[in-house]
Design a protein around this ligand. Structure first.
Ligand code: ZN
Ligand code: ZN
Length: 323
C-alpha cells in the first residue's frame, strides 16, 4: 500500500495521485506560502484522484479558495488532467509553456485534430487497420480524464517564475514533451523536473506531428545540458525525489545511444517503424503501451535518418527504413 502524502518540508508536500496504468501514480507537489498554496502537476482526472485530493486538503488544512496558482511542467494527461477541476473550484490561474498550451488545445480543445493526425501517422508507419481501430477508441477514452479544460496562461521562460514564496528559473527541457519545463531554485539547488529525468524509469520520447521535428535529438541535447546543473534534490513526476540528477540524466543519454545502435543494426533489410516496434517491444503491449512504444520507435528512426545513418523509403504511402 502506497502512503499517498509525504511532508517533505514545512512548505512542501508530495501527493501521489493514482493512475490507472502501470506507472501507478504521478507526483503532485503542494507548495505552501504566506498567502495560500500552489499546486504543481495536479494529476489525472479520475474519481479516485478527486477523493484523494479532498482528503489531502482536509488533512493539511488547504482551503481550495486559497489555491493561488497551478503550475504544469508539461501537458500530458497524467499531469494536466485535474487542472480544470481545480480551476473551477478556486479560480486559480493555470500556467504552462506556450508550446504546452498549444498542444493541450490541439489534443483536447474544441474541434481537435490531433487524434486523426496521429492515426494517420501510425498508418503511414505500418500499423494495420485492426490495431488502428483499437487505437482510435483508446484515444477518445482519454477525454473525460482531462476534462473540464482550464483557461491557460503562458509562462515566459525568460523570467523568473514564482512558486510559493520563492522564485524559480524555468528551464526549457524538450524531448519527453515539446515545451516541457523544469523549475530550478538555484540558491537551494532544487529542481522540479517533471518527466524530463526520472529515477529508475526511462521517460518516453515520442514523435508527434507538427511540433518537434527530431524530439530525441532535442531530448539528448537537453539532458547533456541539465546534467551540468548543480542539483541537490530533484522532485520528479514519478517515483521518489532523488539526489543523483546529473548522473541519471547522462545514464538516460547512454540508454538511447545503445538503443539507436540496436535499431540501426536491425535495418539490413527495409522495415516499417511498426514492424520494428513489434520486434523490439514484443507482442504483449496494451494498446496504451503500444501507442507510446510506436511513437518512441518513430522518434529513434527519425534521429537515425537525420544523422544519415539510415535511409527513409516511401512505398506507396507507407514509410520504411533501411541502413
Ligand atoms: Zn509526461
Ligand atoms: Zn508523467
Amino acid at each position: 500500500m502506497i502512503k499517498p502524502f509525504i511532508e517533505l518540508s514545512d512548505t512542501l508536500i508530495q501527493v501521489k495521485v493514482p493512475l490507472p496504468f502501470p506507472l501507478r501514480w504521478v507526483n503532485s507537489y503542494v507548495v505552501r506560502s504566506r498567502d495560500g498554496w500552489t499546486l504543481i502537476d495536479p494529476g489525472l482526472h479520475t474519481a479516485e484522484a478527486e477523493e484523494l485530493w479532498n482528503r489531502a486538503m482536509e488533512q493539511y488544512g488547504l482551503s481550495v479558495g486559497e489555491l493561488r496558482s497551478i503550475v504544469l511542467t508539461h501537458h500530458h494527461p497524467d499531469h494536466y488532467g485535474l487542472t480544470g477541476w481545480f480551476q473551477q473550484q478556486s479560480g486559480a490561474k493555470v500556467h504552462m509553456s506556450a508550446l504546452g498550451c498549444e498542444q493541450a488545445r490541439a489534443l483536447w480543445g474544441e474541434g481537435e485534430t490531433m487524434s486523426v493526425t496521429l492515426l494517420e501517422l501510425f498508418r503511414r508507419h505500418g500499423m494495420d487497420e485492426g490495431t488502428l481501430a483499437l487505437m482510435a477508441d483508446h484515444m477518445t477514452g482519454f477525454v473525460s480524464q482531462v476534462s473540464p479544460q482550464p483557461d491557460l496562461s503562458v509562462i515566459d521562460p525568460g523570467n523568473l517564475f514564482p512558486i510559493g514564496d520563492r522564485l524559480y528559473r524555468p528551464i526549457v527541457t524538450p524531448g519527453h514533451a515539446a515545451g516541457h519545463l523544469c523549475f530550478y531554485d538555484e540558491e537551494r539547488s532544487e529542481l522540479f523536473c517533471g518527466d524530463h529525468v526520472l529515477p529508475q524509469i526511462t521517460p518516453n520520447v515520442g514523435y508527434i506531428p507538427g511540433f518537434d521535428r527530431d524530439p530525441l535529438r532535442s531530448y539528448m541535447n537537453s539532458l547533456e545540458e541539465v546534467s551540468r546543473l548543480k542539483v541537490e534534490t530533484a522532485y520528479p513526476g514519478h517515483r521518489e525525489p532523488f539526489r543523483t540528477f546529473g548522473a541519471r540524466a547522462l545514464e538516460i543519454v547512454r540508454h538511447h545511444e545503445e538503443r539507436l545502435a540496436i535499431m540501426e543494426a536491425s535495418l539490413a533489410e527495409p522495415q516499417t517503424s511498426y514492424a520494428l516496434c513489434r520486434a523490439y517491444f514484443g507482442d504483449r503491449l496494451s494498446i496504451h503501451q503500444l501507442r507510446f512504444a510506436l511513437s518512441e520507435t518513430i522518434a529513434h528512426l527519425i534521429y537515425l535518418r537525420d544523422s544519415e545513418r539510415i535511409k527513409e523509403l516511401d512505398r506507396e504511402g507507407t514509410v520504411a527504413y533501411v541502413k
